[in-house]
Ligand binder design. Structure first.
Ligand SMILES: [Zn+2]
Ligand SMILES: [Zn+2]
Length: 270
């Protein structure tokens, strides 16, 4: 490689950095929308407090804790009575929230619902709603959508085209979701090893276009070595309900996998 080539790559990297800085300036409030803790998810490695500290340090404004639920890879004993199960399930969120209040990171509640490997991110319902809605445990994908919607929440199909041992087949439910996780950092951030496959995101974006579905982004992060994915807004969000309103209401936001930036239609912008 010649010195001129090195110089060109240097300036290209500089340009890209400037573009990213510009986007961050326009959309300064970054939210991690897909995050697990070891208190709620069997596959996660760090506690809520540890995840909160790492995310604050990274520069996130807030995080939504989305543990694997009763039909997913939950860390909580499935034999517990329902209300007790919900309390245990919320421990990672509570831990992150307490630490977040101390260090200045907004922490919101969500969860990731599993249907034999097909997964959905649920936003805008809280712990009390879960306790009062025990029928959610046996809900079909259609019933889930209806119950969550009645409560003012939102359903996002998580990584719809990921292929993994725990996902027997790709199952799509365009009529029973509000949107699609078009950008999942586990697929497209170079730091991701296990699920690195950028074409899974390309397919998810094409799928969202085909059905006119909304798009979000998240990291699906299970450790404090963060990837930096998420959704960035022009303003600070006040709650998870506010996040739902902003996404459903067509507010301006951008998506990132921690490396590249996309508009909310999934077009690369930086
Ligand atoms: Zn997991
Ligand atoms: Zn996940």
């Amino acid at each position: 490689m010649s010195w001129t080539h090195n110089l060109i790559s240097f300036f290209m990297a500089e340009d890209e950095q400037n573009m990213h800085d510009g986007i961050r300036k326009e959309y300064p409030y970054l939210y991690e929308t897909h995050l697990h803790t070891s208190q709620g998810s069997a596959c996660a490695h760090n506690t809520g407090a540890q995840m909160a500290r790492a995310c604050r340090e990274y520069g996130y404004t807030g995080i939504i804790v989305t543990e694997h639920n009763w039909n997913g890879n939950t860390a909580v004993d499935r034999n517990l009575p329902w209300e007790e199960w919900v309390d245990q399930f919320s421990r990672g969120y509570e831990d992150a929230k307490a630490e977040g209040e101390r260090i200045g990171l907004d922490v919101f509640f969500g969860y990731e619902a599993g249907y034999q490997g097909t997964e959905f991110l649920i936003y805008g319902v809280d712990r009390d709603w879960l306790k009062q809605t025990p029928q959610i445990q046996e809900a079909t994908v259609e019933e889930q959508y209806k119950l969550v919607h009645e409560a003012g929440g939102m359903v996002i199909h998580a990584h719809p085209f990921r292929q993994a041992a725990y996902i027997p087949e790709t199952r799509l439910y365009p009529e029973w979701v509000d949107g699609v996780e078009g950008v999942n950092a586990a697929h497209s951030n170079p730091k991701s090893i296990e699920h690195y496959h950028p074409d899974y995101d390309e397919k998810a974006i094409a799928y969202a276009h085909e059905h006119g579905l909304l798009m979000t982004a998240g990291s699906d992060i299970h450790v404090t070595d963060l990837w930096g994915g998420g959704v960035a807004f022009r303003r600070k969000l006040s709650s998870c309900e506010d996040y739902v309103q902003a996404v459903l209401g067509g507010e301006d936001y951008v998506l990132t996998d921690g490396k590249n930036w996309y508009d909310k239609e999934g077009r690369r912008i930086g």
